[in-house]
Design a protein around this ligand. Structure first.
Ligand SMILES: Cc1cc2nc3c(=O)[nH]c(=O)nc-3n(C[C@H](O)[C@H](O)[C@H](O)COP(=O)(O)OP(=O)(O)OC[C@H]3O[C@@H](n4cnc5c(N)ncnc54)[C@H](O)[C@@H]3O)c2cc1C
Length: 359
């Protein structure tokens, strides 16, 4: 049975709608949307979210529907931001009617307060953040978030608002916060807090700088959750540097007793080792750079390549998160040398040497 649907509609004056809508559909297909020809124009479906295009005289009509307000927000934002982008020099006015008028802030945004800061190791600083809605990050499916780092020239923090066109607006767009991706290392639902472990790296950027400066009472905007999850397997191979240590540590804590496998963790030196809770069948090996720069070694790929895999018939899973060059090497190993199907591995670039994170 279908539950309540939230719906919204926009009339958009596009001078040349055909190519703009076609580009939008093409783009959404790349993001796994299904597109089919409806009676009056294309209809898109992405999970439980729907969008339908039709014509009314000279105007393009877009109808969006979702089972909750967050889905409706995402549908409106996605349609509007892409239409504005693909319309190029001739951006149309977009105004939504229907449900969702009460959405003032992005529903996946919240402001958390720093309630604790401590050094876990000499290069890892843990911030404990409190908020009303940290339960959004419960479960391995909700592992990551984006933190907002306020612009250094701004005195009062800027928080995102949702405009009438459904797209985020900033009071000072020129001084808007930068976003950096982090992992929810631990969650305490009873206390309403979550922990994030920040690497305090050389060449500090906005993310590590925020962690180094943070003090109890600071307010930090976060957006998420954004991804996560771990495929069930009999035998795991985890590989990561210190940026993926929080994710690997949390996944290890959630593995069923009796799980077997190998874990390689690359860190600066022995002082960065942390106690980990893991099934006894998961063998953890720490790899030390011992003076070499982060992102400059082949420690992880060498260790992964030297690991004997179990005999056929067992479900194996390889998970890796690390610097871009190590990511490339491990992904090539997984796909080309081991011929692992996509369902049996996830290798992610967590950062890139010499490049600032995605803004
Ligand atoms: C899904 C996901 C989850 C992540 N979770 C965590 C987490 O829980 N904890 C965590 O600390 N990081 C995590 N990261 C990595 C983090 O987002 C990056 O390290 C990010 O670049 C840090 O931002 P920054 O503002 O400190 O530095 P940036 O402004 O991005 O970079 C400034 C300079 O520092 C360099 N740099 C960036 N990171 C490092 C590093 N680790 N060591 C050495 N040099 C570096 C860059 O190459 C650049 O030259 C995660 C990344 C992803 C994709």
């Amino acid at each position: 049975m279908q539950g309540r649907q939230y719906t919204a509609q926009a009339r958009i004056a596009l001078s040349n709608p055909g190519p703009v809508i076609a580009e939008f559909c093409e783009h959404m297909v790349e993001h796994n949307a299904e597109v089919r020809d409806g009676p009056d124009g294309p209809e898109l479906r992405l999970g439980a979210i729907r969008a339908r295009f039709s014509r009314e005289g000279e105007t393009t009509l877009v109808d969006v529907a979702a089972p909750d307000l967050e889905g409706l927000y995402l549908a409106r934002m996605s349609v509007a931001s892409h239409i504005l982008e693909f319309a190029g020099d001739d951006p149309p006015v977009i105004a939504w009617t229907g449900d969702g008028g009460e959405i003032v802030r992005p529903p996946n945004f919240q402001i958390l307060e720093v309630v604790g800061c401590r050094m876990v190791t000499p290069h890892m600083r843990r911030l404990t953040l409190a908020g009303e809605n940290v339960s959004r990050f419960a479960g391995l499916e909700a592992l990551h978030l984006n933190i907002m780092v306020q612009h250094p020239e701004i005195e009062e923090p800027q928080w995102p608002r949702v405009g009438t066109n459904g797209v985020i607006v900033w009071e000072r767009p020129d001084l808007r916060p930068l976003m950096r991706k982090y992992t929810v290392r631990a969650l305490d639902l009873a206390a309403g807090t979550l922990d994030i472990d920040f690497v305090l790296h050389d060449d500090a950027g906005p993310g590590s700088g925020l962690a180094a400066r943070a003090a109890v009472g600071d307010r930090i905007g976060v957006v998420g959750p954004g991804g996560g999850g771990l495929v069930a397997a009999d035998w795991y191979l985890f590989a990561g540097d210190e940026t993926a240590l929080p994710a690997i540590a949390r996944m290890l804590e959630n593995l069923p007793a009796g799980t077997r496998g190998k874990v390689f963790l690359e860190v600066a030196d022995a002082a960065e080792v942390q106690p980990l809770t893991t099934p006894s069948g998961m063998v953890v090996e720490w790899l030390f750079r011992d003076g070499r720069a982060a992102g400059s070694t082949t420690l992880l790929i060498d260790a992964v390549r030297a690991t004997p895999f179990p005999a056929e018939g067992e479900k194996i899973y390889l998970w890796a998160g690390c610097e871009f060059e190590a990511f490339r090497a491990i992904r090539a190993f997984a796909r080309q040398e081991k011929r692992l199907p996509n369902t049996d591995h996830l290798v992610v670039s967590y950062w890139r040497r010499g490049t600032a994170g995605d803004d």
